[in-house]
Design a protein around this ligand. Structure first.
Ligand code: ADP
Ligand code: MG
Length: 229
């Protein structure tokens, strides 16, 4: 696998976000169209093929949680807005102090429910896949569901019904329902028989898609991190 070999060659212990998303795309998981820019000066020329609104994110091996560092700005309507967002980011202390690979400009995913899909490797049993609702559900309530890989369709369906917050996926308090089909499809592409975790069981020790944004028709992975083991 080229992406993983390349990261190892550079002595990296994880795939960066761009490589992580390229790996997901190889397994058929939808990721946003994007362009990498070195700085504000390149935005005009490199974002011509993107559909606005877009998001801009700082890419740095020193920054794990981009939002905490002030390194994510969503809903930008024009190249000019992207340029000023990048200039503002570069003033943030945590970003000014970090090694910067560049700035990732990507299309906004259709709005929807934020989910988390993860993976880890048990030394004895091999890869496990995890799913949960995003935000407080996973961070505070730890409302997640795990299965050993490979998982079949029935396992993926059960994982979702097991969540305490499952009702939210059906649409609650005026929010639109999230496509269960789209979530199950991604769960199988990650944790299924020919899924990413099984195919790369020897290389990937942890996977984290946070969030997967699930609308009533589609699921898009807007953040991805893979730790190599
Ligand atoms: P962090 O490193 O802080 O986790 P993320 O890449 O997850 O950074 O971005 C932070 C938040 O911004 C996401 O949880 C999501 O709500 C929003 N976001 C990021 N990328 C997109 C996108 N392409 N479309 C829509 N929302 C996005
Ligand atoms: Mg994230």
């Amino acid at each position: 696998m080229k992406l993983i070999a390349e990261a190892r060659k550079q002595n990296r212990s994880a795939l960066d976000e761009q490589a992580g998303k390229a790996l997901l795309a190889e397994f058929g998981v939808a990721v946003p169209q994007s362009a990498m820019v070195a700085g504000a000066d390149e935005v005009g020329q490199k974002t011509k093929s993107l559909k606005f609104p877009v998001v801009v994110k700082v890419m740095s091996p020193d920054i794990l949680h981009k939002s905490d560092a002030g390194g994510v700005k969503v809903g930008l309507q024009s190249a000019a807005e992207v340029e000023s967002a990048i200039r503002a980011m570069m003033q943030q202390p945590a970003i000014a102090a970090a090694r910067i690979d560049g700035f990732l400009v990507e299309e906004m995913a259709p709005p929807g429910q934020e989910m988390v899909i993860g993976g880890l490797r048990d030394p004895q049993f091999g890869p496990l896949v995890m799913v949960g609702l995003g935000g407080i559900f996973v961070e505070i309530l730890k409302d997640v569901s795990f299965r050993l890989c490979p998982n079949a369709r029935i396992d993926a369906e059960e994982m979702l019904t097991e969540l305490k917050g499952a009702a939210i996926l059906k649409g609650a308090r005026g929010t639109k329902p999230a496509s269960l089909e789209a979530i199950i499809d991604v769960l199988l592409k990650i944790g299924g028989e020919n899924g990413l975790l099984m195919q790369h069981a020897g290389d990937i020790s942890e996977a984290d898609i946070n969030p997967l944004i699930v609308s009533d028709t589609a699921a898009v992975a807007v953040d991805a991190r893979f730790i190599l083991g």
